[in-house]
Design a protein around this ligand. Structure first.
Ligand SMILES: [Zn+2]
Length: 432
């Protein structure tokens, strides 16, 4: 049974950070052989029970929950950093031409390999990811995630109109392919399927209706899409679906708002929309680096909190500019600053970190499963080295509180801070 001794970060149910400067994390296999957290807390409280065997001592390091990325596009790994005037030109000039290549299983497999390695290098252990409209792309990502025993959710994109040849799919076949992928992959090992309409403007009503029927037939399956990111996109959605009250309502009208439904952006929502998100259990994947990069706008934290709708953080690579959760958390801080005038206070370091770990897991319906290191959680964690760069070492050494320590890492951190990423293994009886 592996026991680790180092500083330890985890979260209470209310989202508050729990930090033990000298902590103990004990991990052991469950009935299926998967590694789970057996105990987590202060070394002085737990050492008598768990510290008598071999202990991996990590002085100067911090063990923290693996990050959860609620929205990322694996085929856009090579689109990251493409200049464009906004969302729609960016899709047309960069994203769609590139996504055509994923019709080839070999190419999909090669990018999937790089993508998963990049997530893990950055400390991301759970992701809800878009593939492309080609079933081969989703298949390739499932295979690679399974190889790493990773908890990953993805789905073939549905887009049967307003899309160029090579990425546009066929309405009937797209739904057949979706159901076949659900049956092949959902619930296998740690994998999950997400029904994935790209966004309302690129799906016919027939395709959205079919997606909603699948969502009702498979309630454990996730749904992922985009909503209310950009004003031109919103106008377009209104033109295409004039009967729906709002862009978000289009999804509701087709049965695509429910628990486990994750909508990227949710920037330009009104009060009715936010209440609809709350009442249906659908959640927002807040994607601040992407929103700043494409000039889309700012997620309204104050209103989301006031109404009580769920949310968590996401990179949205390749509209987003980084795989690093530290960059995403810092961008979320900037976005929160923008809304500060309304609310009078900014996002705390603990709340930023929670949004990318336990909070994101809760939004995905995976509270107590991933994103935290409380007893019973699957043992996905990262080892952080606050001495990774001279400036990090100097600044974190002067941190006088948990908030100061977390914030120094959010502002100065990147992949260099993540010394090791550990995935809960089912097969090997060890989590190393
Ligand atoms: Zn996206």
């Amino acid at each position: 049974m592996p026991v680790f001794r180092s500083a330890l970060l985890r979260f209470a149910d209310d989202g508050m950070a729990l930090f033990d400067p000298d902590g103990l994390l004990a991990v052991g296999p469950d009935a299926q052989g998967r590694q789970r957290v057996l105990a987590a807390g202060a070394w002085s409280d737990l050492a008598l029970r768990f510290g008598s065997g071999p202990v991996e001592h990590l002085p100067g390091r911090i063990i923290a929950p693996g990050f959860v990325d609620m929205h990322i596009h694996f085929p856009q790994t090579d689109v990251i950093g493409s200049p464009a005037d906004g969302l729609l030109p960016w899709l047309e000039n960069y994203t769609f031409p590139h996504e055509k290549r994923f019709v080839a299983p070999d190419y999909s497999a090669q990018v999937a390999q790089f993508f998963i390695a990049e997530l893990l290098r950055n400390g991301v252990t759970t992701a809800l990811a878009f593939a492309t409209s080609h079933p081969a792309s989703a298949q390739a990502l499932f295979v690679e995630a399974q190889h790493h025993q990773m908890r990953l959710i993805t789905g073939k994109v549905l887009q049967d109109r307003h899309s160029p040849d090579g990425v546009r799919d066929d309405t009937e076949q797209s739904l057949i392919d979706t159901e076949a992928l659900i049956q092949r992959w959902h619930g296998v090992d740690r994998l999950g399927y997400a029904i994935t309409p790209r966004f309302a403007p690129t799906s016919t009503p027939e395709q959205l209706r079919g997606a909603g029927e699948l969502a009702a037939r498979y309630p454990g399956v996730w749904i992922q899409s985009h909503v209310a990111e950009n004003l031109d996109e919103i106008r377009w959605a209104h033109e295409l679906f004039p009967a729906s009250r709002s862009y978000l309502s289009v999804y509701d009208d087709f049965g695509l708002l429910r628990e486990r439904a994750v909508y990227a952006h949710c920037i330009h929502l009104d009060e009715h929309d936010r209440a609809l998100m709350r009442d249906t259990g659908a959640v927002a994947a807040v994607s601040p680096t992407s929103n700043l990069f494409l000039g889309s706008g700012f997620f309204d934290y104050a209103e989301a909190d006031r109404v009580g709708m769920g949310y968590g953080l996401a990179s949205d690579v390749g509209g987003g500019t980084s795989f690093s959760p530290f960059h995403t958390m810092l961008a979320a801080y900037y976005v929160g600053r923008e809304g500060q005038a309304k609310r009078g206070l900014s996002l705390s370091p603990q709340h930023l970190w929670w949004q990318h770990t336990a909070g994101a897991a809760r939004a995905l319906g995976l509270a107590g499963v991933v994103g935290n290191l409380q007893p019973g959680c699957e043992a996905d964690f990262i080892v952080l080295n606050p001495q990774a760069t001279p400036l990090l070492a100097r600044r974190t050494a002067q941190a006088g509180s948990i908030d100061e320590l977390l914030f120094a890492m959010i502002v100065l951190g990147d992949d260099r801070l993540v010394e090791k990423t550990v995935i809960s293994q089912a097969k090997y009886g060890s989590c190393a």
